[in-house]
Design a protein around this ligand. Structure first.
Ligand code: RUQ
Ligand code: CUA
Length: 863
């Protein structure tokens, strides 16, 4: 049996001979047409999510220079969302509404607005060393900052600026109970904000590690309780927090132990040469728990830029800081799940070095130092700290652990390979080629005490020829690798359309529990109830001098108020509340020409603010296609110049309707409403008869539909009052409003009905699925609508209408002409004035269509 056959057999259950032949023939055709091998098909099946299917893992990837983040699923590698972090993101209103601007502006540095970021390392909050699915942080290398994202709604809530660094890289990494977030400096610079000549590099330039105090309950960094450990001006690089036996310690690489300062322009060798002269650089080992204690005593800290800094000598005097040589130009440092080993990659060395935490602790305890660096920091002997070294290949960069004891994966930048090896036994197990030049790797919860194994994603720096050419700036490539077998297997490529995502972290999807709606009137950026919260009936415009405040609501499908008139020069603030409770009923909001935009998920209150400094008429509207009447969800902002006299335009002579015409128009509207209501009632009847309230999803939709329907009574009252007062024109408008509510009700009601049908119908066989497809693709549905008489007869029950129905229908599909003379067919031809055309269906397709009709019959009550 070929692999394809086997595959089909396994998927569909051998024994279903007919379905097997149908599906396998189709599969073979697809493979041939698309040039796929059997291996490809297996790989595709490993990553495919059928419609509605979900992923096991969710990845949070840095968005690199875009200053945003990306969320995607694994193994499907489907993008789910971008999150605006350091950069404005219009879809989410990030940077275009007042609440998010406040967050974005927390990232101002020395009073200057910064609207981009170079994001590198995302970190997920941990409890007891495991991901808890609550908070996400990411750093900005260019403008040393860390941002906090709430995983309850995937929004950025806080940005903190590092008060002493001028650049950073080795962050942001949580300690095992999210006590602190590590942020290591990169390019050393003076801590103060003054000029210091480069000749005084060793004296006045500094590196460091900032320990940001984090409150995991509220998910905010506590700036006042945070501090920085001063370090020598080596270029600190990646960091990792100790766990289990190494809990309380931190580890940070560095790459310029030479303290070289460049100077091509004065004839000196460039940075890259000077920075890699020494054979070794330094791994920094520090006790953050002890440092945190020290930082509480003012005599242990210097205050620089309003921030606590622990000088090196204080750390050294308290046995809280040590250096260990590491192979030159290191990059990744990763602590093993048990906390015993620290694996360091040296990008200019072919080895990775495995340090043993117990050995390090012994040297520290015995004060057995190999020497001191120029700043007096004790150096531990490299050999005595090492568990061992392994030669992996060219350019090792980053490591990730799996669920198998001792198993580790390391990226080789120069060789463009992933190496699987054992860090305990120090032996190489397997290598896999990637395309091309891999940087970080992402394992599944690989940085926690319980890595999940299964997959590794290779975050490649170059894509070169892997994708459609989209111009000289190429996408990057995330490659998914199956690591569940003895050897690695590369499954699929994912182009990354947004910056260079240095690193990404993956969490089990089941650990995430985001909300679908906000408590009514929530300011999502603070989590508190918004001062501008507005409920139905509270909509209003308030003026105070030239300050205009609009309290508005949005609900399908109108914005209230619909007309706002202000004077040129007025400062306008609009508080917008989305009154919806239904999942995914988001409205967007903008006022044309004023560079404002808000995204209003159900229950959210957002404000936008602008100065109406230009005269004119400006439509405002909902920017999300939220319902059938979305286009009507609009209003006008009218800005008039108070110093101008407006001459009323010549009144156009509008044709007016006679009272009789008006009455006719009213009657027509009322009867259309009655007809629409009949449709609604039939849907309601269906829903009730089929116990819709047993299904949560359907129940929510029905609640939402009834909410709309409930508004009709009031409109009807107004309409009747208008009729009584003889104002037919007004009555028609209210009747129209009733119709709008009905359409909205029907819109949701029909969605509820569809959802219910899908939930309660018997499952379709493979043949019925193929038959439905053939029915649609063959154009049968052009004349036949299931459950309705359309331009052809309703096919529900067709198999019962004829003697030996299945055979008859098959024959009719294959050779309609043969049956035209039969009395029933003849009467149908006369009635519809149409003949059934020959659609040239194959016998296979015909058989499948019959199967589909059988399925329709079984579920006839649902159509
Ligand atoms: S980086 S490719 Cu983490 Cu910024 Cu290594
Ligand atoms: Cu609300 Cu479109």
């Amino acid at each position: 049996m070929s692999l394809t056959k086997k595959l089909i057999g396994v998927t569909l259950g051998v024994g279903l001979a007919s379905s097997m032949s149908y599906a396998s023939a189709e599969l073979e055709k697809v493979m041939k047409d698309r040039g796929l091998t059997e291996q490809d098909v297996v790989r595709a099946a490993k990553t495919y999510n059928p419609s509605g299917g979900r992923d096991e893992f969710v990845a949070f990837s840095s968005g690199g220079q875009s200053g945003q983040m990306m969320v995607y699923g694994i193994p499907s590698m489907r993008l789910l969302k971008y999150i605006g972090v350091f950069t404005p993101e219009p879809w989410q209103g990030y940077g275009f509404d007042e609440e998010s601007k406040k967050v974005l502006r927390q990232g101002n540095i020395r009073g200057r607005e910064i609207n981009w970021g170079d994001t590198h390392h995302p970190g997920l909050s941990e409890t007891k060393g495991e991901y808890d699915g609550k908070w996400l942080v990411i750093n900005d290398k260019a403008n040393p900052r860390v941002a906090v994202i709430d995983l309850a709604d995937f929004e950025t809530k806080q940005i903190v600026v590092n008060p002493v660094f001028k650049s950073e890289h080795g962050g942001s990494f949580f300690t095992p109970n999210s006590e602190y977030i590590l942020e290591a400096c990169q390019y050393a610079a003076p801590f103060d904000n003054e000029y210091h000549p480069i000749e005084e590099y060793k004296e006045t330039y500094r590196g460091g590690i900032t320990l940001w105090k984090f409150d995991p309950k509220i998910g905010r960094i506590q700036e006042k309780e945070s501090f920085t450990l001063e370090l020598p001006p080596y270029m600190q690089d990646l960091s990792d927090a100790g766990k289990n036996m190494s809990f309380g310690w931190g580890f940070t690489n560095s790459f310029n132990s030479e303290m070289y300062t460049g100077g091509i322009e004065v004839g000196l060798p460039p940075f890259e040469a000077g920075c890699s002269r020494n054979d070794t650089d330094f791994l920094h080992v520090y006790n953050w728990q002890k440092l945190a204690e020290l930082a509480k005593d003012p005599k242990n800290v210097k205050i620089i830029n309003d921030h606590k800094v622990i000088p090196m000598e204080v750390a050294v005097a308290n046995d809280a800081l040590f250096l260990i040589p590491e192979p030159k130009s290191p990059h990744g440092v990763d602590v093993s799940p048990d906390g015993k080993y620290i694996v360091v990659c040296g990008k200019l060395d072919t080895h990775t070095s495995v340090y043993d935490f117990e050995k390090i602790q012994k040297l520290i305890k015995n004060k057995e130092y190999a020497g001191k660096d120029p700043y007096g920091v004790p150096i531990l002997d490299m050999k005595k700290s090492l568990h061992g070294q392994v030669e992996l290949g060219l350019g090792p960069l980053h490591n990730q652990y799996s669920n198998v004891d001792g198993e580790i994966y390391t990226s080789l930048y120069v060789d463009s390979q992933i190496v699987k090896w054992n860090y305990k036994e120090l032996k190489v197990l397997d290598k896999e080629n990637v395309h091309y030049n891999v940087g970080h790797l992402m394992g599944m919860e690989s940085e926690t005490v319980t890595p999940q194994g299964k997959y590794i994603v290779s975050l490649n720096k170059l894509a070169i020829d892997r994708f459609q050419n989209v111009g000289p700036l190429h996408p990057q490539n995330h490659q998914l690798i199956d690591i569940s077998g003895k050897t690695m297997d590369l499954l699929v490529d994912m182009p990354i359309p947004l910056g260079e995502p240095h690193n990404a972290v993956a969490i089990q999807a089941k650990r995430l529990h985001p909300h679908v709606r906000y408590e009514m009137g929530t300011n999502s950026r603070t989590g508190e109830i918004h001062e501008g919260k507005t409920l139905a009936g509270q909509e209003r415009v308030e003026r105070d001098g030239n300050k205009v405040k609009v309290y508005a609501t949005l609900v399908r499908s109108h914005i209230n108020p619909e007309r706002i008139t202000v004077n040129k020069g007025d400062e306008v603030t609009m508080y917008l509340t989305n009154l919806e409770r239904a999942q995914d009923e988001t409205h967007g909001f903008t006022v044309d020409h004023f560079n404002v935009h808000a995204s209003l998920e159900p229950g959210k209150t957002v404000s936008i603010k602008f100065t109406a400094d230009i005269e004119g008429v400006f439509p405002y509207y909902c920017t999300e296609f939220c319902s059938a009447l979305h286009l009507e969800m609009m209003g006008y902002l009218m800005v008039k110049d108070p110093n101008k006299k407006y001459v009323s335009a010549q009144k156009l002579k509008m044709a007016t309707m006679s009272p009789e015409q008006m009455k006719a128009e009213y009657d027509k509207t009322v009867s259309v409403n009655a007809a629409t209501d009949a449709v609604i009632q039939s849907v309601v009847k269906f829903l009730k008869e089929n116990n819709y309230d047993k299904h949560e999803v359907v129940k929510n939709l029905v609640v939402d539909a009834l909410d709309q329907y409930g508004k009709i009574a009031e409109e009807k009252k107004k309409s009747d009052e208008a009729v009584a007062a003889g104002d037919m024109e007004k009555a028609i408008l209210f009747e129209n409003m009733i119709w709008q509510y009905m359409v909205k009700t029907a819109d949701v009601g029909i969605r509820a009905k569809d959802a219910l049908v899908r939930l309660i119908a018997t499952p379709q066989s493979t043949e019925a699925v193929a038959g439905e497809k053939a029915f649609a693709e063959g154009g049968c549905n052009g004349c036949h609508v299931i459950g309705k008489v359309s331009s052809g007869p309703d096919l529900t029950g067709v198999l019962q209408r004829h003697e030996d129905g299945e055979k008859w229908v098959a024959s009719f599909i294959q050779n309609p002409e043969k049956h035209f003379a039969e009395p029933y067919v003849k009467s149908m031809i006369d009635y519809f004035n149409l003949r059934m055309p020959n659609q040239n269906m194959s016998p296979e397709e015909t058989k499948n269509i019959v199967e589909y009709l059988k399925w329709v019959e079984t579920n006839a009550n649902l159509f």
